[in-house]
Design a protein around this ligand. Structure first.
Ligand code: GLC
Length: 397
């Protein structure tokens, strides 16, 4: 019997960590509930996939950011309140799955109060300067004292949390898997998509990511500025209040005189086709990327991605075979690779075949969902601990 899982996610905006949660929640939907700590687009997306959702608003908790220092009283109060509500719900479940950091905080309170085992799914490389010392300390303390186990999305993600003091015996790496039935090859429709964009007769490089400074779209624009005639397709929008960065990208494009060859197409639902419609795919994050699902998606449709070599990325790509790595933030190095590959279509084709094979073998959906389910099962079977009576009555008030 699969475990009854209470999934907890702070955000209702759909980013990579939410896509990952969607996959596992769909797999376990007959015995699962997703609690979101705010309402938003993720709720209908889960519901449409047959997953039960409940929203517990955690107001002030959303003020906590990666670089926050000490939390204010309103944050602690809303954390405690949400934790109590989730604890009541958790009594009907075998295990709590906390997706990312704010969910870990609420999940820790809920897990302790309801004596439900807690699994933390970690999608971040928690390192300074991207995360404050206070945040890192809180995460590690909760991981060691409240979580039964920590699922890290890559070795790099696992190493960072262990380096900051997490108990290594609790940390397990489970790579994301991508659904091959969504990322299938369709040359005809991809050509039509390219034609619709008006890019049939020019070389095109694509970047598939939300617009955020650390995703590094500016590095790609700088690299492409030095390659005459190359068009850039930016797929993705500013998701988490990142409109200022989008504005800066437009200014950079104008400053380089590239208005006619950089195309901002926003968030799209036909990513699989657009990946196939471009000649090359670049993922230029300037900060260490924990996993980068987009790289596997590109590989599955036969594109060997060009990505910055940091975080979990080198674990996903065998450089020179299934993709290409360049130093993060180095527009000049990226320009060199782009120039070479644009002149070598045979190599691009060959690497694409290798990439597809590599992704199909190593990042499958069954391996992912079974891996996570097994971890949840093991945490669940560690059992609900005996819970003293007086606390039970306090919670139900
Ligand atoms: C987060 C990470 C990203 C990863 C995703 C799924 O969004 O930033 O690298 O692909 O989670 O684990």
């Amino acid at each position: 019997m699969p475990p009854r899982v209470l999934f907890l996610n702070h955000s209702a905006t759909i980013g990579g960590a939410e896509f990952c949660l969607l996959d596992i929640a769909v797999h376990l939907r007959d015995s699962a509930l997703v609690v979101l700590l705010e309402d938003g687009p993720f709720r209908p997306r889960l519901e449409a996939a047959g997953v039960q959702v409940h929203v517990v608003k955690a107001g002030a908790l959303h003020k906590v950011r990666r670089d926050s220092t000490l939390p204010g009283i309103s944050v602690v109060a809303s954390l405690w309140r949400a934790g109590r509500i989730v604890a009541d719900i958790a009594r009907d479940f075998d295990v709590i799955h906390a997706n990312s950091q704010k969910a870990l905080m609420v999940g820790s309170v809920a897990g302790m109060r309801s004596r439900t085992p807690l699994v933390w799914h970690l999608h971040d490389i928690i390192d300074p300067p991207w995360f404050s010392r206070v945040n890192i300390m809180a995460d590690v303390m909760l991981a060691n004292h409240c979580a039964n186990r920590v699922l890290a999305v890559s070795q790099a993600t696992a190493k960072a949390v262990i380096r900051h003091g997490a108990d290594p015996s609790r940390v397990h790496v489970v790579y994301n898997g991508i659904d091959v039935s969504v990322f299938t090859r369709d040359a005809e429709r991809a050509a039509a998509a390219r034609q619709q964009l008006g890019l049939s007769h020019v070389p095109v490089v694509g970047c598939f990511s939300r617009l955020a400074e650390w995703k590094g779209q500016h590095i790609l624009i700088e690299a492409a500025a030095g390659i005459p005639d190359l068009h850039v397709l930016l797929v993705g929008g500013p998701l988490f209040n990142e409109q200022a960065y989008e504005q800066r990208l437009h200014e950079l494009v104008a400053a380089r005189g590239m208005e006619d060859r950089v195309h901002f197409v926003g968030q799209r639902s036909d990513v699989s086709l657009l990946l196939q419609a471009v000649d090359l795919v670049v993922h230029p994050s300037t900060a260490p990327e924990p996993f980068a699902r987009t790289l596997i998606e590109a590989m599955l449709v036969g594109k060997a991605p060009i990505a910055s070599a940091s975080g979990g990325v080198p674990e996903l790509i065998e450089s020179g075979h299934s993709g290409y790595l360049f130093p993060p933030g180095d527009a000049e190095a990226l320009k060199t690779i782009l120039t070479r590959l644009l002149a070598s279509p045979d190599e691009v084709e060959r690497a694409g075949v290798t990439a597809r094979d590599h992704a199909t073998r190593n990042f499958t959906m069954p391996a992912f969902v079974n891996g996570v389910t097994e971890q949840l099962q093991q945490a669940a079977s560690s059992g609900r601990k005996h819970r003293p009576r007086p606390m039970a009555s306090a919670v139900s008030q």
